[in-house]
Write a protein that binds this ligand. Sequence first.
Ligand code: FAD
Ligand code: NAI
Length: 467
Amino acid sequence: MANYDLIVIGTGPGGYVCAIRAAQLGLKVAVVEKRKTHGGTCLNVGCIPSKALLHASELFDEAGHAFEKMGIKVGKPKLDLKTMMAFKQEAIDGNVKGIEFLLKKNKIDAVFGLGTILGPGRVQVTADDGSAQVIEATSIVIATGSDVAQLPGIAIDEKRIVSSTGALALDHVPGKLVVVGAGVIGLELGSVWRRLGAEVVVVEFLDRILPGMDSEVCRQFQRILERQGVTFKLGSKVAAIDASGKQLSLTVEPAAGGEASKIEADVVLVAIGRVPFTSGLGLEAVGVALDAKGRVVVDDHFATSVPGIFAIGDVIDGPMLAHKAEDEGVAVAELIAGRAGHVNYGIIPGVVYTAPEVASVGRTEDGLKRDGIDYKVGKFPFTANGRAKANQQTEGFVKVLADAATDRVLGVHIIGSDAGNMIAEAAIAMEFGASAEDIARTCHAHPTLPEAVKEAALAVDKRALHI
Ligand code: FAD
Ligand code: NAI
């Protein structure tokens, strides 16, 4: 006789949301977590601390150059990094407490320790002190997330050679920070330390930043970041780091081969991606199949190769994003409870929380061209948006891509202040199968930044009003 209907291993955004939804549907649920706190990567060392530091460092930067022209005289801002880090910790603690409350409210049992699957329905939980217990359930959901991808031959010490985790907790502003990888982590955390005073150089393997995002948006984004003082070394890779001296010495090689050069740095942030985390789960013994990249293989219903064992979130295929993990958590809980759960992978927004923000949903123009899909494009710059002008935050534009024949919105890409909030409108429109005309005919409040989304939708048929 099983103790539970469902055991969820890992309480990141995928796992804890899955547990809550399953409990709402009447299942008896236990969660297993190896950290001391719930919330996974996202709350402890990911989304939440990075957004707290992005927010604080953006205000610090604005206080230094934007306040005075608005008539706000505060003098030159001084950085108290210890207090900024305490602000970040408070944000983490508040969110972690929120999850504890939600688990209790939904009568979900939380067991702390490393979860190892002994067989279908059986999970051993080993606590830090070595004591172990076995809990049983009809179904198991693996939601064990991801870990930092390492650069071969380069050891992360989280002091001088750091991953995102160390970069969120530096005790001083480095004189010079070299970021390896111009992806989301590199650009967000590079921005944080640039604003706080570091010289930042980003070394990227490819010849562009943010691979996978709309390339026109990214070209403008790179120019803006360069104006903010970030230097890019594209088409380059870090081959070695000599940590024997006072400064780190990096050997950087052209990606295409050729002569190496040296760069000095006080701190190096390795941000070249993340890898699925399955260590200690005992998957081989149970027969749960992994793909070549180490991800748990699942079918359309999140079922692994072993009946009764499911997987969601960063540990399976797809974008490594908290909201993707959450939606999968809801869907798998519904499926286990005998309902119809579903995730629309074509409409998962992605946001880079820099200043300006970059946000995207649906198809990119590059992808449509590649696939030979006939499309129309409407663009509208924030320089022509009243609210952006009032705020004097006019960098960026909105781009709406619509099917040439049906006018259905295929993708929306925004670079600009508050792009991350604005992309929600595009996601909802696309989820409802909207045409560009539908967005264009929807009344948008004035003066707001989302009026630029409406204007870009109008521009799809060359009838934008304010340009
Ligand atoms: P995780 O959050 O990684 O949680 C997995 C949990 O499982 C962990 O708590 C782990 O301790 C636990 N676990 C693992 N193995 C076991 C085991 N055997 N037994 C018990 N417990 C186990 N995404 C966004 O959408 N927006 C953002 O702004 C954003 N910012 C980010 C910033 C940074 C610096 C980083 C690193 C990531 C960021 N992400 C962001 C990505 C986001 O954090 C992940 O996509 C998300 O956390 C994945 O959720 P998950 O539930 O799959 O896994
Ligand atoms: P990423 O996959 O976004 O970017 C990694 C970058 O490193 C790529 O541009 C890649 O070309 C480059 N790269 C790879 N190997 C390299 C090498 N040897 N030398 C130089 N460059 C190299 O990965 P990142 O930034 O580490 O983020 C990991 C995950 O976390 C992402 O999947 C992202 O979705 C998630 N995340 C999401 C955030 C958000 O939603 N705002 C914020 C931070 C992370």
